[in-house]
Write a protein of this length. Structure first.
Length: 96
């Protein structure tokens, strides 16, 4: 397996993407609070705010794995949560 390429202070294997999703979601939550012409859903909360909040929660959840890996803790990677197997597991299973 190739080591991840580090660009500046981000891991090139997806951390920059998830940081961008989190930042855009935060901006969208803030901007939608002041927008006057969008459709509200319940108690003055706009549909786009709900979608932005959900995207922010998912992005922060995935980014927590990158933070744990950077801190040196042994944790489950986002790829393992999605069910992708490690190359070393498939090689060891083929040998038996």
């Amino acid at each position: 397996m190739k080591p991840a390429v580090t660009v500046c202070c981000y891991n090139a294997s997806g951390e920059l993407f998830w940081r961008s999703v989190a930042y855009v979601s935060l901006v969208e939550l803030f901007v939608e609070a002041f927008r006057a012409n969008t459709q509200t859903w319940l108690a003055g909360v706009r549909i786009t705010q709900i979608v932005a909040l959900l995207a922010l929660v998912v992005a922060l959840y995935v980014l927590s794995f990158y933070a744990q890996q950077r801190a040196g803790k042994d944790s489950t990677s986002p790829q393992q949560l999605l069910g992708e197997e490690n190359d070393s597991n498939s090689v060891s299973q083929e040998g038996h």
